[in-house]
Ligand binder design. Structure first.
Ligand code: ADP
Ligand code: ZN
Length: 603
């Protein structure tokens, strides 16, 4: 009797139900149709082709641009008892021979292949005689010439339609814009594809954005709630990744830097540590992340602002791919806003490109200043609607109030005007507060009518006012005047008090992460010993097999073991993530750990 897709889901992958559109996609591909699958990162795209690959005759070709990702996927499939392999430039001749042999022999079920390899005449000739079950094109947005991940080699993929007629092709991506969708379908020559679009939301990610006061102290506080977990900390500069990683190490964290200036060897080593160990923090520039498929990244931190909402969503999307709770935490301040604006001003790029980038940055800055639920405007930016507040962001968890800042804005803008638009935030605030500094004396600013008119507000509050005025385009940092704050065309109306000026009230205390309800990653004290024992068992098996721990079992699976305390093989099989192969390979080991509990550990 042939197996159904549900049987395979259970037996091979150990999951009891499909997620979202998975089932519909699988049905369509099994029936031989082309498909376009749009799912957010962590949505479960891989199963959409892996299960049809096991259900249909022949080998499935999976086109993937990222070598690291191929390794991961193949290692994970092998652990599931599936015959999978890859062909790419990182392999020795023998390794390639071995894969070819399995391919010709008909045992191979999935073959991961780089696009340039698939473009070669030699590979095509070899594949012509081999029955194919399907062709999956991962990261399909790489075919879009307007996107930032464009890859020349992807353009030749449309030839697959003629080379392998009748073989269903499915394109998968997390990029959701309509333009990209149309481009993917056209450029890959998909034939009447089923279009499967999943909601963009990542409900398990908690979005937290905070004004920057003392970044290091804030980071430390945030990390207290994530001891023993893996995460990524993004910084803008290489230097800052180095210094932050060093500082975190001093604080007792296992932190490593990652940026394009390190040697290839160091990069590989740090990436390996991150993948293979449970609790490594990578402090990185945006050079890090493409092709990182680690499912148990528990937090993504931005110590500097990303350059757009798109970048932010992509970078934070690397957290919590396993569906378990994860944090996306960002701090931003006046300095960041000024600096990013200045960098754009100074860039040599074409004007319309700069304008475009400017708009993208504005959208992000505006979002930082949002006062209600953060998820709603975030999703709205990508064209998704959320009908209710999410309850899982800083806006929902610690609502911020607003205050009427019309008068403050008037005072600030007048000060900019009276000091001839030549000064930065620090001096303007000194003038407002009536401080007789050297600079104030030197320029005779104590004689101005605005001198000391802002004593009612604290300096921190004035910085917040300036930040929000810049974000609203009512104040601009002028690159030609070394970042002096200058008025804009819209400032006049604000000066006259004609614009409504509801400002965000920066929370006085940092968000209490650990105190937030619903944080289920926390293991109750009495279970801690068993939890550590389960993780140690997993780490030992991972080392033995030369794979990352999550390839053995995800956190979620271990957590279920902790709760359900399975006592037999049959019990274990009912746990999500435990399929037949893994049961056979590791079941006894984990049952031993579970049986030894609690006495040996609790005493
Ligand atoms: P994507 O490629 O879309 O980013 P993956 O295919 O890597 O996502 O899947 C994300 C995670 O979700 C993986 O760890 C995968 O094992 C898990 N997953 C996928 N489908 C299911 C399911 N139906 N039930 C439980 N877990 C699933
Ligand atoms: Zn919310």
């Amino acid at each position: 009797m042939t197996e159904s897709k549900h049987d395979i889901l259970q037996r091979v992958f150990g999951y009891s139900a499909f997620r979202g559109e998975q089932e519909a996609v699988i049905e369509s591909v099994v029936a031989g149709h082309d498909a376009l699958v749009i799912m957010p990162t962590g949505g479960g795209k891989s199963l959409c082709y892996q299960i049809p690959a096991l259900l249909r005759d022949g080998v499935a070709l999976v086109v993937s641009p990222l070598i690291a990702l191929m390794h991961d996927q193949v290692a994970a499939l092998e652990e599931l008892g599936v015959d999978a392999g890859f062909l790419n430039s990182s392999q020795s001749a023998e390794e390639q021979q071995d894969v070819m042999q399995r391919l010709r022999g008909g045992s191979l079920q999935l073959l991961y292949i780089a696009p340039e390899r698939l473009a070669s005449g030699h590979t095509r000739a070899m594949l012509r005689d081999i029955p194919l079950s399907l062709i999956a094109i991962d990261e399909a947005h790489c075919v879009s010439q307007w996107g930032h991940d464009f890859r020349q080699e992807y353009l030749s993929l449309h030839e697959l339609a003629e080379l392998f007629p009748g073989v269903p092709r499915l394109a998968l991506t997390a990029t959701a814009t309509q333009k990209t969708r149309d481009e993917v379908v056209a450029r890959l020559a998909l034939e009447k594809p089923g279009i499967f679009v999943s909601p963009f939301d990542r409900p398990n990610i908690r979005y937290l954005v905070q004004p920057k006061t003392d970044a290091k102290r804030q980071l430390l506080k945030f990390l207290q709630a994530h001891r023993g977990e893996a995460g990524i900390v993004y910084c803008l500069s290489r230097k800052k990744t180095e210094s932050t990683a060093a500082w975190l190490s001093e604080q007792g964290f296992d932190a490593l830097p990652y940026h394009a200036g390190l040697t290839g060897d160091a990069r590989t080593r740090h990436q390996k540590r991150f993948l293979n160990d449970d609790a490594v923090i990578i402090v990185a520039t945006i050079a890090f992340g493409m092709g990182i498929d680690k499912p148990d990244v528990r937090f993504v931190v931005h110590l500097d602002l990303p350059k757009s909402m798109e970048s932010y969503y992509q970078e934070t999307g690397r957290a919590g791919r396993d569906g378990e709770p994860a944090d996306a935490w960002m701090v931003y301040g006046l300095q960041d806003v000024v600096r990013l604006r200045q960098m754009l001003d100074e860039s040599e790029a074409a004007e319309d490109f700069k304008r475009h980038e400017q708009q993208k940055l504005d959208a992000l800055l505006g979002w930082c200043e949002v006062t209600g639920c953060r998820r709603r405007p975030l999703l709205a930016y990508f064209g998704d609607t959320l009908t209710e507040d999410c309850g899982n962001c800083d806006g929902c968890l610690t609502p911020v109030s607003t205050w009427d800042g019309s008068e403050a804005a008037q005072k600030l803008l007048s000060t900019v005007y009276r000091t001839n638009q030549r000064f930065g935030a620090a001096h303007l605030i000194d003038v407002l507060l009536g401080k007789t500094t050297d600079k104030v004396r030197q320029h005779g600013h104590a004689d101005l009518s605005v001198f000391g008119i802002g004593k009612d507000l604290a300096p921190q509050r004035w910085r917040s006012v300036i930040r929000q005025l810049i974000v609203r385009g009512l104040l601009r940092a002028d690159a030609e005047r070394f970042g002096a704050l200058v008025l804009t065309a819209d400032s006049r109306a604000a000066l006259r008090g004609e614009l409504p000026m509801e400002f965000r009230e920066d929370p006085k205390k940092p968000i209490q992460i650990s105190g937030i309800k619903g944080k289920v990653t926390e293991i109750p004290e009495q279970d801690r010993a068993l939890w550590d024992a389960l993780r140690a068992c997993r780490q030992a098996l991972a080392n033995e097999h030369g794979v990352p721990p999550y390839v053995i079992f995800h956190d979620k699976t271990l957590r279920e073991m902790l709760h359900a305390r399975p006592a037999s093989a049959a019990d274990l099989l009912s746990i999500s993530g435990v399929g037949q192969t893994k049961l056979d390979r590791y079941g006894e080991k984990f049952l031993d750990v579970l049986r030894a509990e609690p006495l040996s550990h609790a005493s």
